[in-house]
Each structure stands twice: as structure tokens, then as C-alpha cells.
Design a binder for this molecule. Structure first.
Ligand SMILES: NC(=O)c1ccc[n+]([C@@H]2O[C@H](COP(=O)([O-])OP(=O)(O)OC[C@H]3O[C@@H](n4cnc5c(N)ncnc54)[C@H](OP(=O)(O)O)[C@@H]3O)[C@@H](O)[C@H]2O)c1
Length: 334
């Protein structure tokens, strides 16, 4: 991929999150958003005007053929990531793909396989891993501040009014708590404990067949564990705790973009660490991708594709146990 000094970004799927992320480009040196693609030329033009972008494309295929875009930020609903990502990789475009990476484990395997085969940079937009407070948490854990990590707890839930047409509830749009919010609790546990040996899920479904709530127990052969809760049916604080043999760390709500962690070393007074994010918190993942592309990397060391695959596998196993049948949308490119 020919990469200019300045990394030129394109947006695919100008919905809610794409609009929010745009403001954070101002905090990322070397990154410039230049183009947007929508399934509608009018929506593309309106988004481009609102965010000062040079070019508006009225189809996703069009932006893949835009030679002056280095990397695409894919912000479509979950089943509409895979087909777009595969075509983008074939077109040589680097990718930042919103969480959950895909709707299915098979879809994730296909995208990761294609990216590796073609040597194209791809990263899941798991912004949690780049939050300064989470980076500090990992440093503390690596330094042995709480001894050996044995268990992780995390919850992330909201109470949303049921609307079968909304992407949060519609199966064809990858609805359900697991893909939208569960991905955060699973990714957080996977980051600290690695890939689990067993996954046990309990939960309930909405009438559309997607999960309304889920509790997950991740088991490791050596006795470590994670207990995780996610829901679109009831609110939870959004807290995480990391337990080690010499103490624990509280990640204060909401843990998926925290400002503050509290270190409890055994026998010592708690130590509070506050590290606010840049912008609204999306700047860090944008900076990671921009930096990786400038350095010629094909993967992020902080959010590697192997971790994305492991997380998607856990989500897939949990969905299967709950009886949720997700599928990729083969027509997502239009
Ligand atoms: N990181 C975060 O904090 C965060 C927060 C919220 C959401 N997300 C993630 O971002 C992604 C999008 O979420 P969102 O809340 O922004 O969704 P949204 O508001 O519904 O926007 C999604 C956009 O995707 C496009 N799209 C493509 N195919 C579609 C289809 N079949 N049906 C509906 N829209 C389709 C639409 O744009 P056009 O039709 O104009 O192309 C739409 O505006 C999801 O993966 C979600 O999990 C991340």
C-alpha cells in the first residue's frame, strides 16, 4: 500500500458512532479524514459537509476505488462489516473495523485470513485497550503490582426499550447484548487472562432471537476464571475488577473507557490513578492505526488479530449456547 506522510482516512457507514469519532481526528497528528461512503449519496454529502471532508461517495464500492484514501474506518452494523472488509482488503485498503469485528466467528476468521494473506493492516476498533488508564493498568499488572492475575470480573449493561427494527435488537443487523456490549467484557478478560479453555453462558432472548442478557463464565485449565455480565435489559454500573495473588485493581465505571483505576496492593492503602483520554477517547485507537501504517506494520501489537479472533470465538460460543443464530450479510457492499 502506498502510504503518504499523512495518513488519509475514509469513513464507511456514516451513522451515530462515525459522527462521534470524527471530532477526535483533531487530536491525532498525521491523520486526516478526507472521504466518506454511504449507501446514499445524500447522506454521504451531508456527512462530508458536516465534518469538512473533501469527498463524498454514494456507495461503499466507490470509496474502495478512491486512490487517495489509505485506510477505512468501517462503522456499519456488525453483519455488515465482513463483506466490506474483505473487499477493502482486496482493494489494498488498510482497515479499522468497529467492534464487534464481525457477527460470526467464521466471518472473523475469513477477514483475518485475508488480511494476513494480502499483508494488509487490519485492526478491531476496541478503543478500551488504548485508553490511558487501561494502558497504566496493564503496566501495573506486568510489573507485578497485584501478583499473578487469577480472575477478572466485568459488567456492561444498559436498559433499552425493545424495538425490533433497531440495530440493537434486529438479528439481521447483529443485535443483542453480546455483540454490542458483551464484546467489551470478553475483550477485557481476554486481554488480561488470554484465551479461555471453557465458556459457559446463561441468558435470555428477545423475540427477534438475539440475546437480551448474558452471564459468561470463562474457565482456564489452571483454575483462573472470568465472570462477565452484559445486558440490554437492565442497567449495570460498567465496572471491572482484576484480582491477583497480591491485591486487586478496580476499574471505575465505565470500565470500557475509564478515567480512573484504583490499585489495592495487599496490606497497603488504595492508590487512585486518574488518566483522562484525549478527545472523547477515540483518538488513541486512531493514533495507533496511523502510527502502525506509518511504520509499515500489518497488525497492532496492542489489539492483535489473534486476540480479536479469540474474543469473537468466545462470543460465538456464548451465542450458540444461548441459541442465537447470527449470520454475515453477503450484500453489505451494496
Ligand atoms: N466504539 C464505540 O464506542 C461504539 C459506539 C457505538 C457503536 N459502535 C459500533 O459501531 C458500529 C455501528 O454502530 P452505530 O451505532 O453507529 O450504528 P448506526 O447509527 O445504525 O450506523 C450504522 C451505519 O451503517 C450503515 N449501514 C450499512 N448497512 C446497513 C444496514 N443494512 N442497515 C443499517 N445501516 C447500515 C448506515 O449508513 P449508510 O446507509 O448511510 O451507509 C448506518 O448509518 C457497530 O459495530 C457498533 O457496535 C461502537
Amino acid at each position: 500500500m502506498p502510504v503518504s506522510d499523512e495518513i488519509r482516512w475514509g469513513v464507511v457507514g456514516p451513522g451515530r458512532i462515525a459522527g462521534n469519532v470524527m471530532a477526535d481526528f483533531a487530536h491525532v497528528p498525521g491523520a486526516r479524514p478526507v472521504a466518506v461512503a454511504s449507501r446514499s449519496a445524500d447522506r454521504a454529502a451531508a456527512f462530508a459537509q458536516r465534518h469538512g471532508l473533501e469527498r463524498a461517495h454514494g456507495s461503499y464500492a466507490e470509496i474502495l476505488a478512491d486512490p487517495d484514501v489509505d485506510v477505512l474506518y468501517v462503522a456499519t452494523p456488525h453483519p455488515q462489516h465482513c463483506a466490506v472488509a474483505l473487499a477493502a482488503i482486496d482493494a489494498g485498503k488498510a482497515l479499522l473495523v468497529e467492534k464487534a469485528f464481525t457477527a460470526t466467528t467464521e466471518g472473523a476468521r475469513e477477514v483475518v485470513g485475508r488480511a494476513r494473506e494480502r499483508g494488509v493492516f487490519v485492526m478491531e476498533a476496541m478503543w478500551t485497550r488504548f485508553q490511558p488508564a487501561v494502558v497504566r493498568l496493564r503496566e501495573l499488572v506486568d510489573d507485578g503490582a497485584i501478583g499473578e492475575v487469577r480472575s477478572v470480573q466485568a459488567d456492561l449493561g444498559v436498559a433499552r426499550e425493545y424495538d425490533p427494527a433497531d440495530r440493537l435488537f434486529a438479528r439481521e443487523l447483529g443485535g443483542g447484548a453480546l455483540l454490542d456490549l458483551g464484546v467489551y467484557v470478553v475483550s477485557f478478560a481476554q486481554m488480561l487472562l488470554g484465551d479461555p479453555d471453557t465458556v459457559t453462558a446463561t441468558g435470555s432472548l428477545f423475540p427477534t432471537g438475539v440475546d437480551a442478557e448474558a452471564a459468561l463464565l470463562l474457565g482456564y485449565a489452571d483454575g483462573r476464571s472470568a465472570t462477565l455480565t452484559t445486558s440490554l435489559r437492565y442497567p449495570t454500573p460498567g465496572q471491572a475488577r482484576v484480582f491477583g495473588t497480591a491485591g486487586w485493581i478496580d476499574v471505575l465505571p465505565r470500565f470500557h473507557h475509564p478515567r480512573t483505576i484504583v490499585l489495592h496492593r495487599s496490606g497497603a492503602e488504595p492508590e487512585e490513578v486518574t488518566l483522562p483520554p484525549s478527545g472523547t477517547g477515540y483518538a488513541h485507537e486512531l493514533a495507533e492505526v496511523t502510527g502502525c501504517l506509518r511504520a509499515g506494520r500489518t497488525e497492532s501489537a496492542v489489539m492483535p488479530l489473534a486476540d480479536t479472533l479469540a474474543v469473537q470465538t468466545v462470543l460465538g460460543q456464548a451465542a450458540e449456547q444461548l441459541g442465537v443464530r447470527h449470520a454475515e450479510d453477503p450484500h453489505a457492499l451494496g
